[in-house]
Design a protein around this ligand. Structure first.
Ligand code: HEC
Ligand code: HEC
Length: 459
């Protein structure tokens, strides 16, 4: 039973010494707190490395350490935009021109879906919080969390007086959560998990000025705030700055759900609409969405009909004197590929129903023709027209190929909040199954639909 599934990525490849070695190395790093991120040249062998396997393993370990550092901690110079330009740090302090005048205390920050890295808090602050000695209603406490680099995905920059002077963002902001082991919203980092609690729109809308975004889009700041506030938790619109389309034809937000940044090994096209490979998208996001300082090339964005904003601003031809992104792309990709896919707790699905569901998935329901196990996406070009999957073309038409990418399905349980499909249009897995049942005229019985759902829960 369950022979089809990897129980987790470590055991899936358990037979290979390579990953066992890497896991051991990471474990040692975790224990020693040495993250190997600085100093080592990821692409060079350790001196006297001996046989080539040793060299390869050392290289892999270095890349993972370096990539993790980038994923968790690198702002790519984005503080020039979020802090220096939008003054987002002033919204935290409550000293801003507009936005939230009262500041962002830790309770508000957690309510906005921001997560706190409990390990970074330090033993003293953890003890003080547990003893009730820390005022979680004080914006200054948020600043102290930033001083300790404990707010996942945000990095504060401090002046000589140790006052907050700017703020930058990291990949971990949207693609990490914590395990809540210390308190709700506070715990050990879970890299690659989508933060479906994060109301990034509300956070950005609180910036004292949005003039740079408004002028790029050619609309008023108030309009930008309205759009940002329409996103809601777990959603972000990565295409807004390309085409300026904020709402779908039905009036709902054009934002999409934040996907995981793990479970990507063996997967060809990335993003819901297949913009490109993982490293393509990492470069896209770091430059265009995070507003880091780097180099980016994509002449597809020159099409003024499809991407009026990007074409006018030449977003497909970004150059800078000080590239802080390109040199990080290799290790960043390697780290994301190495992230294990979490397995659902066995109590969360019915094993025998899941086994029956698997037969249907691979058989009469036809799911496996696109979601090919064990990748659960097509090996090869994993793209489909809107008609093929029976949905509208709005989001697909905002991408170069006009198609939707077959979503890899393993670890579905870590994205159960916010619904399914790119925009969360299907509330539960049963709604997804009902959609396919109707679209492909499968004629599934109620029991069969439930079995399919249990199988999806088990992935
Ligand atoms: C503000 C939130 C946010 C930040 C910050 C962010 N992402 Fe994303 N990421 C998203 C959203 C939303 C999508 C889906 C975009 C789409 O399909 O149009 C996405 C898609 C992806 C994908 C494709 C996933 C898939 O299913 O194919 C990868 C990989 C990824 N991001 C990695 C990164 C990396 C690496 C960084 C840092 C350089 C980063 N992201 C920063 C929100 C974010
Ligand atoms: C023709 C190819 C194709 C077939 C057949 C197919 N899917 Fe999909 N599936 C897709 C595509 C493409 C998406 C992405 C849709 C989107 O995000 O808008 C998707 C998305 C999903 C999702 C949502 C994942 C998420 O994270 O939001 C689930 C669940 C799913 N499919 C399950 C199934 C099941 C169960 C079947 C069989 C009944 C099936 N699929 C048949 C192509 C297919």
């Amino acid at each position: 039973m369950h022979s089809r599934r990897f129980t987790n990525s470590t055991s899936a490849y358990g037979a290979t010494r390579a990953l066992a070695f890497i896991a051991a190395a990471l474990f040692t790093q975790a224990l020693t707190g040495c993250d190997n991120a600085h100093g080592d040249d990821a692409n060079s062998a350790a001196p006297g490395a001996g046989d080539s396997e040793q060299t390869v393993l050392q290289n892999a370990t270095n890349l993972i350490g370096e990539g993790r550092e980038t994923f968790r901690h690198d702002t790519f110079g984005s503080e020039e935009f979020w802090g220096d330009s939008l003054l987002l740090h002033q919204a935290i302090l409550g000293t801003g021109l507009g936005g939230v005048g009262e500041g962002v205390n830790p309770e508000t920050a957690l309510a906005l879906g921001l997560k706190v890295d409990s390990e970074a808090l330090g033993a003293d602050l953890r003890a003080a919080i547990l003893a009730g000695q820390v005022d979680m209603k004080l914006p200054e406490t948020t600043v102290e969390l930033l001083r300790r680099d404990a707010v996942v995905g945000l990095r504060g920059f401090f002046d000589a007086q140790n006052d907050l002077r700017s703020i930058g963002i990291q990949c971990a902001l949207c693609h990490s959560t914590v395990d809540d082991s210390f308190q709700p919203g506070m715990g050990v980092r879970r890299d690659g998990w989508p933060n479906r609690d994060l109301d990034i729109g509300a956070i950005v809308a609180s910036a004292p000025t949005l003039a740079p975004v408004a002028s790029l889009l050619g609309v008023t700041e108030e309009k930008v705030r309205t759009v940002l506030r329409s996103w809601g938790p777990g959603k972000f619109d990565a295409e807004l700055l390309l085409d300026g389309q904020a709402f779908r034809p039905d009036g709902k937000t054009a934002a999409t759900l934040i996907p995981p940044a793990l479970g990507m090994l063996g997967v060809n096209m990335h993003t819901y609409t297949g913009w490109g490979s993982m490293t393509y998208w990492n470069a896209f996001v770091a430059n265009i969405e995070m507003h880091g300082k780097g180099t980016f090339h994509d002449p597809r964005l020159d099409d003024p009909a499809q991407f009026p904003v990007a074409a006018a601003a030449k977003l497909g031809h970004i150059e800078t004197d000080e590239d802080r992104i390109t040199s990080k792309l290799a290790a960043l990709q390697f780290y994301q590929l190495a992230l294990p896919i979490p397995t659902p707790p066995p109590t969360t699905f019915d094993t025998s129903a899941a086994d029956r569901g698997e037969q249907l998935f691979n058989g009469v329901a036809g799911c496996a023709t696109c979601h090919v196990p064990p990748l659960y996406t097509e090996p090869g070009w994993n793209m489909h027209t809107p008609q093929e999957i029976g949905i509208d073309d709005f989001q697909a038409s905002r991408s170069p190929d006009g198609r939707y990418r077959t979503t890899p399905l393993r670890g579905l349980f870590i994205r159960s909040r916010g619904g399914y499909y790119h925009d969360g249009r299907f509330r539960g897995l049963i709604d997804v199954v009902n959609h396919y049942d109707a679209h492909f005229v499968l004629g599934l019985a109620t029991d069969q639909k439930n079995d399919l759902v249990e199988f999806l829960r088990s992935l």
